[in-house]
Design a protein around this ligand. Structure first.
Ligand code: HDD
Length: 718
């Protein structure tokens, strides 16, 4: 019997939809179901519901004749296809999304009345999108770049979007300069080179003329810009926001996300390799972790600053190029986010989600940070061309969970069918509905900040100390982290062709730290120039002297919280371990190590010279041809015939050593260790494990993430 067309069944799961593990639903994902379609067992139709008999052949005048204009089925299919693409985001085009929930700890009621931060019983659904900034939608995940960290909470009081980054400061102090910054970092306009990279003349030209970027440059050249995983990054709201409590009292607040897996990065050489071997590395890692039930978690932290303390610091709280050191104002953890569900459809959810830091709820408000203020305009504006019109809030992923009622009407692609005669207020014909809401009942009221000021295009001098916190950041890094910053700057400036730009940058680095400037200059074969750095971002009538950077001092000299070396290192959960094996491997010990690693939550894969059965029920997950050491966190050498003479196996090990990874050699694999380039350097290396308690010591070494000190020798070419 022929199947009848039926409307999509609500909440049904087809075989393809089935998640590997239970990925919980929440109120938002439930609400999305009304908009999902499942073709399992259904007949094919046109968009008007007509059953299609032949979707493979166009209508022709004779079976060798020309196609006919009459073919509405062909036209519909091709037309839809022709219009499938929408403009990518002008920044943050490359991203990955996930659903999750937020649970408040209930300890912040003194500062805010935002219900979702207070109610410990409630699970607030949320959607997160992580992104790189500069690259196009199809660019590599491992570009050296800032990562976007945008979280939407679907609260009972409307959507709250925390649209942050994985770095707590920004390049510029005023939104007016954002288009310049982005034009400078994007591929150069004459030849559209380079993709997803800041290592080119226009970016460093702009930076070298913009001393306010010095602090952010330290972050962007640090390993924070090449995270091991999106699950292992901190997140920051960057700006100072306001909290408002039940009594109407305001305080300043900075938002933080603290990952429970710690903050980790890959090595730069590793990043460049991953970009070729698996450009979707971060996207895949996030997807796989959620798919396997290893749900990523972050704690939401806040630094709360009483309004009275606004001028207590040696920087301006409104300046987005500054952070509030945790040593001055500790981060209080106020809740936990868990990402526990992958999207069903990338385009519908991850691509069409439209974040905006202007989406706030009662209890949260803005500050006068001029970067924040400009952003408030940009995020709705950009959706008009990206998503095609003013009704983008009706796209399912953008709808709040509580209803939307107002007098806004019509426009392209309007979905809502508003009933009644009135679309204005005040009205008497419909009881003046929809009604405004009193503050006491949850109506949003902007914080009544007192402002007495002249209208002026200017910046306060309190924004002019550009180097103290850049220096604080550099000083707070471990030696390997400092080396990486020096290497990154040498790499990036080495790609700059204009000598004057390189030299200006060295002059700027000198203001941050003399050793840093000297080391980078050495690498570039240049001298550090003398002389002060002038701010070039001045009005036509401005006197450069009035805009010169101010030499300040940071009250905090070293902030351990700024170094990834001090991050938690207590788990190997979701880490990827390669087990190298070949024919003749000891099956029992291989199974023991695999089980031990998996018991700790790691993912172990067997890599062998070729795919298929190796021995005794042991099957290879990947061959050396398909696998690469850069896609793993650690390597266990289980052994087998001929591995010591297998070039690919030795390359795998040499490269893993170069990238400072833990490597364990099982008893009996001494010949393989001896064949590696590093066999003579393993004495005292805590990451090369042999002998007794092998598995235990291996697991401890993986927890440490990388043996960065190993880089000192710089002897492994791999
Ligand atoms: Fe922005 C996207 C974060 C400054 C204008 N921004 C965007 C996204 C993130 C940030 C995470 C991607 C959101 C998503 O996943 O869809 N942006 C920041 C942070 C900033 C910042 C942390 C500084 C503290 N941005 C900034 C300024 C402007 C913009 C100063 C403009 C004046 N940002 C945009 C935008 C985007 C955007 C053009 C592009 C796509 C979108 O908004 O939806 O409006």
């Amino acid at each position: 019997m022929e199947k009848k067309n039926t409307p999509p069944k609500k909440g049904t799961e087809s075989a393809i939809d089935k998640k590997l593990v239970t990925q919980p639903e929440n109120a938002k994902t439930e609400s999305l179901k009304a908009h999902t379609a499942d073709a399992t067992g259904e007949s094919m139709t046109t968009n008007t519901g007509l059953a299609i008999n032949d979707d493979q052949n166009s209508l022709k005048a004779g079976d060798r004749g020309p196609s006919l204009l009459e073919d509405f089925i062909l036209r519909e299919k091709i037309t839809h296809f022709d219009h499938e693409r929408i403009p990518e985001r002008v920044v943050h085009a490359r991203g990955s999304g996930a659903h999750g929930i937020f649970k408040a700890y209930g300890n912040v009621s003194k500062a805010t009345k935002a219900k979702f931060l207070l109610d410990t019983e409630r699970e607030t659904p949320l959607f997160v999108r992580f992104s790189t900034v500069a690259g196009s939608k199809g660019s590599t995940d491992l570009a050296r770049d800032v990562r976007g960290f945008a979280v939407r909470f679907y609260t009972e009081e409307g959507n709250f979007d925390l649209v942050g980054n994985n770095m707590p400061v920004f390049f510029i102090q005023d939104a007016m300069k954002f288009p310049d910054l982005i034009h400078a970092v994007k591929p150069e306009p004459d030849n559209e080179i380079p993709q997803a990279a800041s290592a080119h003349d226009t970016f460093w030209d702009f930076i070298s003329l913009t001393p306010e970027s010095a602090h952010m440059i330290m972050w962007a050249m640090s390993d924070r810009a090449i995270p091991r995983s999106l699950r292992m990054m901190e997140g920051f709201g960057v700006h100072t926001f306001r909290f408002i409590n039940e009594a109407g009292k305001a305080s300043f607040v900075k938002f933080h996300w603290k990952p429970l897996l710690g903050v980790h990065a890959v090595a730069w050489d590793e990043a460049q390799n991953i970009s070729g071997k698996d450009p979707d590395f971060h996207r895949r890692d996030l997807w796989d972790a959620i798919e396997s039930g290893s749900f990523p978690e972050w704690e939401l932290g806040v630094q709360i600053i009483p309004e009275e303390d606004e001028f207590k610091f040696d920087f301006d709280l409104l300046d987005p190029t500054k952070l509030v050191p945790e040593e001055l104002v500790p981060v209080e953890r106020i809740g936990k986010m868990t990402l526990n569900r992958n999207p069903d459809n990338f385009f519908a959810e991850t691509e069409q989600v439209a974040f905006h830091l202007g989406h706030i709820v009662p209890g949260i408000d803005f500050s006068n940070d001029p970067l924040l203020q400009g952003r408030l305009f940009s995020y709705t504006d950009t959706q008009l061309s990206r998503l095609g019109g003013p009704n983008f809030q009706e796209i399912p992923i953008n709808r709040p969970l509580n209803g939307v009622h107002n007098n806004q009407r019509d426009g392209h692609m309007r979905q809502m069918i508003n009933k009644g005669k009135t679309s204005y207020g005040p009205n008497s014909l419909a009881n003046n509905d929809p009604q405004q809401v009193k503050e006491a009942n949850g109506g949003f009221v902007s914080y009544q900040e007192r402002i007495e000021a002249r209208k002026i295009r200017a910046r306060n001098k309190s924004f002019f100390d550009h180097f103290s916190q850049a220096n604080l950041f550099f000083n707070s890094q471990s030696q390997p982290e400092k080396n990486h910053i020096i290497d990154a700057l040498t790499f990036e400036l080495g790609k700059v062709k204009t000598l004057a730009v390189r030299e200006r940058m060295l002059g700027m680095l000198l203001q941050v730290d003399a050793t840093l400037a000297k080391m980078v200059a050495d690498g570039l074969g240049l001298q550090v120039p003398e002389g002060p750095v002038l701010n070039q971002n001045i009005p036509a009538d401005g006197d450069p002297a009035n805009y010169a950077p101010v030499k300040g001092k940071s009250a905090v000299k070293i902030s351990p919280a700024l170094s990834m070396a001090n991050t938690i290192k207590d788990t190997i959960k979701s880490r990827k371990i390669a087990i190298l094996a070949a024919e003749g491997v000891k099956a029992q010990s291989l199974n023991t190590v695999k089980a031990a690693l998996e018991a700790e939550g790691a993912v172990a894969e067997i890599i062998a010279p070729k795919l298929g059965l190796i021995d005794d029920g042991i099957e290879a997950d990947q061959s050396f041809l398909g696998a690469a050491s850069v896609l793993f966190d650690a390597v266990y050498v289980a052994g087998g015939k001929g591995l010591d003479a297998e070039a690919n196996a030795l390359h795998f090990l040499n490269e893993a050593f170069k990238h400072c990874k833990a490597i364990a050699f099982e008893d009996g694999t001494e010949a393989i260790l001896a064949a590696t380039i590093f066999s003579q350097k393993v004495k005292d290396d805590p990451g090369v494990i042999t002998g007794k308690d092998l598995i235990k010591n291996f697991i401890t070494a993986i927890k440490g993430h990388r043996v960065w000190e190993r880089e000192k020798s710089r002897l492994i070419p791999a």
